[in-house]
Design a protein around this ligand. Structure first.
Ligand SMILES: NC(=O)c1ccc[n+]([C@@H]2O[C@H](COP(=O)([O-])OP(=O)(O)OC[C@H]3O[C@@H](n4cnc5c(N)ncnc54)[C@H](OP(=O)(O)O)[C@@H]3O)[C@@H](O)[C@H]2O)c1
Length: 335
């Protein structure tokens, strides 16, 4: 199999290389694409070193699967070209996710959707959305979903290598001037200083006050789950954690589900690692470097009928991006 990775030198691209090797996919050839900045740079993948290249017409000829993680603009430009050159594109950016001719896939939830891809592109959802819908699908099967309210605690690596670098520099004291001015360091992808802080903004605000990240969680959840009128609201928050997103989810179901019934449904669902007992809850530190969606702290709401609360954690670079994309490739190859 010939695999191309556009964005191979980035946080997600490097993780993809690792996940492809770990899962033992029979990759005979890798084409590793990045910007001019890293052209010629040696990148290790599948036990060999490959020279990074800049994408150009013909880069995707003979490629079976093209995994994209270089941002929405590059996906818009190169997605249709790669598909035209014969590759199946699995795109991590937001460029194609809501296109009606592009399936938006989380393998545990809707792998079959990936079979119908009129543009030759399959989209990988937003990182927080992926981990949330895995848990939601388990509860949907058990009790039918009526309403979802989510609050996220998202790590800095969600903003790529620059996000990680920003947290490191700010932790080292760079950019600190006045004590009450949360000015980020130069080159930060965040709107405020992130070290020692939390920022309730990921993406730009729309006229109604929702951020881009919040809209993604709301719209993408409905599309993946195939419930166009599902009531979903999200508040997305950046926290000074290096890797691993956490989501607190309130779920209202059609049918009454006890906390025990919810736990059973979650424990049996593929891809979920349920943590039992009040003290045994997952944290990003423990989820980092692992592929599962970790769920804990399942509680019944004391006042609102048919309502549960749960805590969902996953590695945003793995299940939130690279692992999900590689699982799509595995699913399309038949396992
Ligand atoms: N980080 C996450 O948790 C996460 C989760 C889900 C989805 N995503 C999505 O995945 C994509 C990449 O995210 P990331 O976190 O890996 O970002 P990143 O660490 O900033 O990496 C970006 C990659 O894109 C490449 N690139 C930038 N400009 C380019 C150009 N003009 N031509 C070719 N390659 C170019 C970079 O190459 P150079 O090294 O040469 O600059 C690098 O390999 C984004 O669309 C993001 O929304 C990220």
């Amino acid at each position: 199999m010939h695999v191309a990775i556009l964005g191979a030198t980035g946080a997600v691209g490097r993780t993809m290389l690792g996940v492809l090797a770990e899962r033992g996919l029979p990759v005979e050839r890798l084409t590793l694409l990045a910007s001019e900045r890293s052209a010629g740079q040696r990148v290790e993948g599948g036990g060999r070193e490959w020279a990074g290249e800049v994408p150009r017409p013909g880069s995707f000829r003979g490629v079976d699967f093209a995994l994209f993680s270089a941002g929405a603009d590059l996906s818009r430009e190169w997605g249709p070209r790669a598909a035209e050159e014969g590759a199946v594109v699995v795109d991590n950016s937001s460029a194609w996710r809501m296109d009606p001719d592009v399936p938006l896939v989380v393998p545990e939830v809707n792998m079959a959707a990936a079979q119908h891809r009129p543009r030759g592109i399959v989209a990988n959802p937003n990182c927080s959305t992926i981990q949330m819908v895995v848990a939601l699908q388990a509860l949907h099967r058990a009790g039918g979903l009526r309403r979802v309210v989510a609050s996220t605690y998202q790590s800095v690596s969600g903003a790529g290598e620059t996000g990680r670098d920003t947290l490191r520099r700010e932790n080292e004291g760079e950019g600190l001037t006045l004590p009450r001015v949360a000015q980020p360091v130069e080159g930060s992808p965040f709107r405020r200083r992130i070290a020692g802080n939390v920022i309730p903004q990921i993406g730009d605000f729309d006229v109604e006050g929702w951020t881009g990240e919040e809209r993604k969680m709301m719209d993408e959840t409905r599309k993946i789950m195939g419930i166009p009128d599902l009531a979903v609201a999200a508040t997305c928050v950046r926290v000074p954690v290096e890797v691993g997103h956490s989501v607190q989810v309130m779920v209202e179901t059609e049918r009454e589900l006890s906390a025990e019934a919810a736990r059973r449904a979650l424990a049996l669902f593929p891809g979920i690692l349920l943590q039992g007992g009040p003290e045994a809850y997952p944290t990003p530190w423990e989820a980092a470097g692992r592929d599962a969606v970790f769920v804990g702290r399942i509680r019944k709401d004391p006042l609102i009928p048919n309502t549960l609360h749960l805590w969902v954690v996953a590695d945003n670079l793995r299940k939130g991006a690279a692992t999900n994309a590689v699982q799509i490739v595995q699913g399309l190859r038949g396992g």
